[in-house]
Structures are given as C-alpha cells and as structure tokens.
Design a protein around this ligand. Structure first.
Ligand SMILES: N[C@@H](CCC(=O)N[C@@H](CS)C(=O)NCC(=O)O)C(=O)O
Length: 270
C-alpha cells in the first residue's frame, strides 16, 4: 500500500502527519513509502474537495483509493496496517504511557493551537515589532500561487492576507483568522496569558528533552507527533517565534529537527 499525503509546509496538522509518515518510512515500516504532495488550489478544488467534501489539509489518499481527512484518523489508519514500529504503546504493557501519549496529543491539538495561531498572525499585524509578515506572505503564496515567480508568490500571499483576512483593519474589524482567535478566547486582554502558557510548556519540554530524546524515551510516540503540530510549522518555522525558539529553547528546537528526521546531528542515540 502506498500513501499520498496532501499538505502545506505552513500547516499545523500537515506537519504532524508528515513527520509521523517520515518516521514510519525511515524505520522501514511503510513497505512502499509515501509521497508528500503540495495541496495547490487546483488539487484542493479539483481533487480533494470532490473526493471528501473537505478542503482542509492534511488529507491522505491510499493506493487502493481510500481517503482520510484528520490527522488523528490518518495516524490511526496507518497504525492499524503497519505494526513494526507502533507509535502508541501497548495498552496492556504500558497503560500509563498510552494515556500520556494521548493526553499530550490532545494538549497539542486543542490547546497549543491558540498560542500557535496567535504568534503567526500577531507578528504579521501592521505596526507590531518584530514582524514576520513578509515571511508569512511568502509561505502562503508558495502554497496558493505555487509555480509563480518568487516576487509573484510573495505578492499573492500579501494579497490573500488583505482579501481573505483583512490584515490592514484586523484590529478594528477582525475577520477570518483574526475573528477565529477571538472566538478561541485569545484577545488583546488574554494573548499574553496564552503565550505564557506556551512558554511554560516549552520550559517543561526543555527540561524533559534535556534528558530524553522523545516524550516516552528513545523512540517517538503519538505525543511527539502531536506536539510537532504547533512546534514545527508555527513556533519553529515562523520567523519571529522561530528566532525565539532557537535562541531561548535550543533543546526543543533540536527535538523538532530530530522528530522531523532531517538533522544528522540531532539523531537519536538510544
Ligand atoms: N482536525 C483536523 C484539522 C485540520 C486543519 O485545521 N487544517 C488546516 C490547516 S493546519 C486547514 O486546512 N485549514 C483550512 C481549511 O479548513 O479549509 C486535523 O487534525 O487534520
């Protein structure tokens, strides 16, 4: 069975499933590998939405024509078929590790999403310093105007921010992502408390990953891939928070690269 994963590099939940599939593949658990495909607008509207009724990413297509949308369901689907390196420990042998792994995934999926989204969009607002709006526009343009020149991808991202998210009037008339943050309880009154919660989690992870390669020891588990959602595309890759993560939390930053399997010196040493 082969898998095709439709993703954006900028996407929270894409990073979670991509890092998981890369790990399973690296460990020889996917007999025929997987293909990571940029979900361009043409693919979203021409293939994904007709197939599943959803334009959200990530979406996974199997070689026998099955589709899965939702990062947790995608991991469950692959875990049920590939058993060499399970990422959820055995419930009979290690029930507390199973619970810990699911709880950390829940924390990452449902709580850290708020400060994760806040840093991306706050540091894109006009007048906020430091500011990564051009970096952010580039990453969006690279997904939504893929194939255009660099300047045109950047311009396309900036245009999307204005047309879809109303960036220039986000403080007075919040729309789209800015309205979403308020609906999630992240306002000018609470945003620092949300970020303090993220910092608290990063401090705890610094202490933990200072002594262990992954959450449960020497091998990654579901909780690691859950945490990869907020900590890769948002906190590690976004320019403002990425500088903070690398300079203030280098141990967590190294875990990001270890979990992504793309840094030879951040590898696992048992
Ligand atoms: N519960 C879903 C959430 C997926 C999700 O929110 N994806 C975002 C990108 S990270 C997205 O596609 N947003 C655009 C949309 O929903 O159309 C999962 O775990 O896969």
């Amino acid at each position: 069975m082969t898998y095709r994963l439709f993703t954006w590099e900028l996407s929270y939940f894409s990073g979670k499933v991509r890092a998981y599939l890369r790990y399973k593949d690296r460990m020889g658990d996917l007999s025929e590998g997987f293909e990571d495909v940029l979900a361009t607008p043409e693919l979203i509207f021409g293939l994904l939405t007709p197939a599943t009724g959803s334009g959200a990413v990530p979406q996974m297509q199997t070689s026998d024509g099955h589709w899965v949308q939702d990062s947790s369901d995608s991991i469950d689907f692959v875990e049920a078929r590939h058993h060499k390196v399970p990422v959820v420990p055995s419930a009979t042998d290690a029930p507390r590790q199973v619970l810990a792994s699911y709880l950390v995934e829940l924390l990452a999926d449902e709580w850290m999403v708020v400060p994760g989204f806040w840093e991306r969009w706050h540091y894109s607002l006009p007048g906020v310093e430091p500011n990564h709006v051009d970096y952010n526009a580039m990453q969006w343009g690279s997904a939504f105007a893929a194939g255009a020149s660099g300047r045109d991808r950047l311009a396309a991202g900036a245009q999307m921010f204005e047309d879809m998210f109303g960036l220039s009037e986000a403080r007075t008339n919040p729309r789209a992502v800015y309205a979403g943050l308020i609906q999630l309880g992240c306002t000018e009154a609470t945003e620092q408390a949300w970020w303090a919660s993220m910092e608290n989690i990063l401090d705890l992870l610094d202490a933990h990953f200072g002594a262990h390669d992954f959450l449960l020891g020497g091998l990654p588990s579901l909780g690691d891939f859950g945490l990869f959602g907020p900590l890769y595309a948002h906190v590690y890759r976004d320019a403002t928070s990425g500088f903070m993560l690398r300079t203030q939390h280098p141990i967590v930053s190294e875990w990001v690269e270890r979990t992504n399997g793309d840094n030879v010196s951040a590898r696992t040493y048992d």
